[in-house]
Design a protein around this ligand. Structure first.
Ligand code: ARG
Ligand code: ZN
Length: 843
């Protein structure tokens, strides 16, 4: 059944408080609930409905009198008083048999929960919707040494622990964890002097991987006080690491639960990228305490209210902790790879969707990342001060409420006086706007004429003009900046802006900082791109110019059979030689557009992409870079080696990024000699894994792969890297075979989402292999998605997006992919999650 935003109605009954008692047992956990309900004066109807799925109802009563509710697979109804009353029930559930990892489940002998979005209904009968907020008191009974829930600790003793959360919250923020866990403790004193106990709870053996996460947590707490004026509001903040988890992490009130891959870090086992991601996710979940928990969503259509804002906040945090331009560039690379791809295909949907079958399918790049871009645009339009004032009003006006996007925008309208009617289209209109710019120059005046157009998306054939903030600067012919960054507001389908008093025809730098999530189309040539790469003062556009140049050169190699362009190689050489540039920036300039990027670029140019040809063109370009830049790369490799002990900070990370790009190129020409030396001497995972990857590029990685496995077979997170790397580095014709072989490895498991993603996520991210003309990649993926769906619908459904680009390809591939999708769809008992995804992808 499809659920629509327009059908929202307020809940018939509200909840004052909830008391839960859990008697934990793997096969038969008993959950007793005492819930005080009262009629909602705002509601029209008086139908009493409690969600509940896969529960065995043992007993129920109202105000102490036993009742026999009418039970369906979705929940129960019951006659209730039209006045406040107390509902009591007892249900039985089997966490050990819960392979969907939603609700209460077990991971390595430890009990844990995942309730967002609608998992609480698998724990007990409840109005499981975010606009029902209540205080929770929880008692956990078991023999396990550690028993945690939300809020502050209450009584505890042998066999039990009690918790009380004074802050009203929706059920999706409920959490419970119990197991043989050890903690990494610390403290934080808030700005107003409140002492907070901090813990990261892990399985014994992982204690030495908590220090970085703890440090990131304290920095997040301080940053939210300094930048947003937000203090923590409980006596304790717990984080738990769980090995089996469908997503990255979850912001449960006072008890964040993390996929262990998103919190455990040590120099020996984690790469620089892992450290940066862990820091960002710790911050993200912590920031949810205000943007998500204290102010939550009225219904799940409003998901971007908390996710877009919290992603925006965690990007600001990372930019402050590390390099702002590098963070912006890497965010845009990810946005284009995931969100633009989504927006351009059958799964396109608005930042605030208007309907869904399964809400778990809408935790998407569009809701999260485009949702964050929309906030970035809003901030640019109202200015930093306007944004700060609006956020203060948001927290003041809506604390304790379950809100909508209308509430959010009203805050900005009231505090800045700006009419956001047109801006609101960013929340309702799917698709990536194409922004075309034409320029003309005469008599010291430059005219920029913009035309915007958003292509049709499923269910939205016609599009209206968006408000597009376009940051523009102008460079003079010598490369000096003659017009610093200024903001143009494009609001019409076609609109012109002029710059007067110019001494000479300038080179415009448009969409600086990627000021709007649009596709900029501008007639230009590679000389001008090289000029901007050399001279632009805006770091993002400087990189963007190099990226456009690389894309153009690669497309000409593909379409015209040209050889790697010497002018492009010269531009790379100049960038690499510029010691004034951040080494991380130079590493980004040396990274070519991905195979998937190039496939989309082919489509945009009206061609049918050939994954194999794209792969080969990129390899030829890398070879040419290895030859032409050899001496410079060898020098950079020496000069930027980081001496001394490993630290995960931005500076060392940047230096390693550059030396390891250099290594990967040099390894194409030295048979893997340098990479083997680095492999043998590496004392941290960044260096070890880069060396292994470069050895595989050199075709000399077999011994190192075996040694790596021996060294790390006890460490699940490190072994995930070992699984992935073999697939992403296999020859296209062998990718499916390698993937298949790895599924037969004794350490492959379908039950662990990280391991499944390490293998099949890698297959999906290796286009020349996944889309190999044999169709073997498609078949293998479908075979395993069918198997996984019976165990874990959420992870299966997410991975279906591997097929979302099928319309790009030739008729044979289209036929093979749609055959596989239909084979999945035809599976008896297919989950709602996967059914919805496959249906939408097929269109
Ligand atoms: N709210 C979590 C986060 O972004 C994500 C949880 C999503 N879980 C899910 N099953 N859809 O931090
Ligand atoms: Zn989030």
């Amino acid at each position: 059944a499809t659920i629509y935003l327009k059908d929202y109605t307020p809940p018939a009954y509200l909840v004052d408080d909830v008391h839960l008692t859990f008697a934990l047992a793997p096969e038969a956990t008993r959950v007793r609930s005492t819930i005080r309900f009262r009629p909602n004066p705002e509601a029209a109807g008086r139908d009493f409905f409690l969600h509940g799925e896969e529960l065995t109802l043992i007993s129920a009563s109202i105000d102490g009198t036993p009742v026999t509710p009418e039970v369906t697979p979705e929940g129960l109804t019951c006659a209730v008083p039209d006045a406040p009353f107390t509902w009591e029930s007892e249900v039985e559930i089997a966490p050990a048999r819960n392979t969907a990892l939603e609700g209460l489940y077990m991971s390595n002998g430890m009990y844990c929960t995942q309730c967002e979005a609608e998992g609480f209904r698998k724990i007990t009968y409840y109005p499981d919707r975010p606009d029902v907020m209540a205080t929770f008191t929880v008692r956990v009974e078991s023999d396990l040494p550690v028993m945690l829930s939300n809020g502050n600790p209450g009584d505890s003793g042998p066999g039990f622990a009690e918790w009380h959360d004074p802050w009203p919250k929706p059920a999706y923020l409920f959490a419970l964890v119990a197991g043989e866990l050890v903690n990494h403790p610390d403290r934080f004193t808030t700005a107003s002097g409140k002492e907070v106990e901090l813990n990261i709870w892990v399985r014994p053996g992982d204690e030495d991987k908590c220090a970085f996460g703890m440090d990131a947590l304290k920095r997040s707490m301080k940053w939210d006080e300094d930048v947003y004026g937000r203090e923590y509001d409980l006596d304790i903040f717990n984080i738990v690491a769980v090995d089996d988890f469908n997503m990255g992490a979850m912001e449960n009130k006072g008890l964040n639960v993390f996929n262990s891959s998103c919190v455990l870090a040590s120099p020996e086992t984690s790469t620089d990228m892992n450290f940066e991601r862990i820091e960002a996710i710790i911050a993200h979940e912590y920031f949810h305490n205000w943007t998500g928990n204290r102010i939550t969503c009225r219904d799940w259509f409003q998901l971007c209210l908390k996710e877009g804002l919290t992603v925006f906040r965690d990007s600001q945090f990372t930019a402050d902790m590390r390099s702002e331009p590098v963070k912006r560039i890497t965010d845009v690379i990810a946005l284009r790879a995931r969100q633009f791809r989504e927006d351009n295909g059958p799964l396109a949907h608005p930042v605030r969707p208007e309907s869904f079958q399964e809400i778990n399918n809408f935790y998407t790049a569009t809701v999260y990342e485009k949702g964050a871009e929309v906030i970035g645009m809003l901030k640019r339009l109202v200015g930093d001060e306007g944004y700060a004032t609006a956020l203060d009003l948001y927290f003041e006006r809506h604390d304790g409420q379950a809100c909508t996007i209308e509430d959010w925008l009203k805050v900005f309208e009231d505090s800045t006086g700006r009419d956001l009617t047109q801006f609101k289209r960013w929340y309702s209109q799917a698709g990536t706007p194409r922004l075309k710019v034409d320029e003309s120059y005469a008599d010291g005046t430059l005219t920029l004429t913009f035309t915007q157009e958003t292509p049709p998306t499923p269910g939205q054939p016609d599009k209206l003009a968006q408000v597009i903030p376009v940051a523009v600067g102008l460079l003079g012919p010598n490369g000096d900046e003659v017009q610093p960054t200024t903001l143009l507001e494009v609001t019409e389908a076609e609109q012109s802006f002029t710059f007067t008093g110019l001494a000479a025809k300038p080179v415009p730098s448009i969409l600086r900082g990627f000021s709007a999530p649009v596709i900029l189309q501008r007639e230009t040539d590679n000389a001008e791109r090289a000029f901007l790469l050399a001279n632009d003062t805006d770091a993002f556009n400087k990189w963007e110019a190099g990226r456009a140049l690389a894309r153009d050169v690669l497309l000409r190699m593909l379409n015209e059979g040209t050889r790697p362009d010497p002018a492009f190689l010269g531009a790379l050489s100049s960038a690499l030689a510029d010691d004034s540039l951040d080494p991380a920036f130079r590493a980004l300039v040396l990274a070519l557009p991905s195979e998937d990027d190039l496939a989309q670029a082919q489509v945009d140019a009206g061609r049918v992409p050939d994954p194999q040809a794209i792969h080969e063109a990129r390899q030829r370009m890398f070879d040419a870079m290895a030859d032409t830049l050899h001496d410079q790369l060898a020098e950079a490799y020496e000069v930027y080696q980081v001496p001394g002990d490993y630290t995960p900070g931005a500076q060392h990370t940047a230096a390693r990024a550059l030396t390891n790009v250099a290594l990967s190129l040099l390894s194409r020409r030295d048979g893997g000699k340098l990479a083997q030396a680095q492999y043998d001497s590496a004392d941290n995972m960044t260096q070890q894994l880069s060396a292994l990857s470069s050895l595989l590029i050199a075709g000399a990685g077999d011994a190192a792969l075996a040694a790596f496995e021996q060294q790390w077979k006890h460490d699940r997170l490190v072994m995930d890297k070992w699984f992935s790397l073999q697939i992403t580095h296999a020859k296209p014709a062998e990718v499916a075979e390698v993937t298949d072989r790895l599924t037969q490895h004794p350490d492959f498991s379908m039950k662990n989402p990280n391991r499944f993603r390490a293998v099949f996520g890698a297959l999906a991210m290796t286009p020349a292999g996944f889309h190999h003309a044999s169709g073997a990649g498609y078949r293998l993926m479908a075979d395993w998605l069918i198997q996984l769906d019976a165990l874990n619908p959420q992870t299966t459904a997410r991975m279906c997006s591997a097929f979302e680009t099928w319309r790009r390809y030739d008729a044979d591939r289209q036929q093979m992919i749609t055959d596989e999708l239909r084979r999945i769809a035809a599976r008896p008992g297919l989950s709602r999650d996967t059914g919805e995804m496959v249906g939408r992808i097929l269109g």
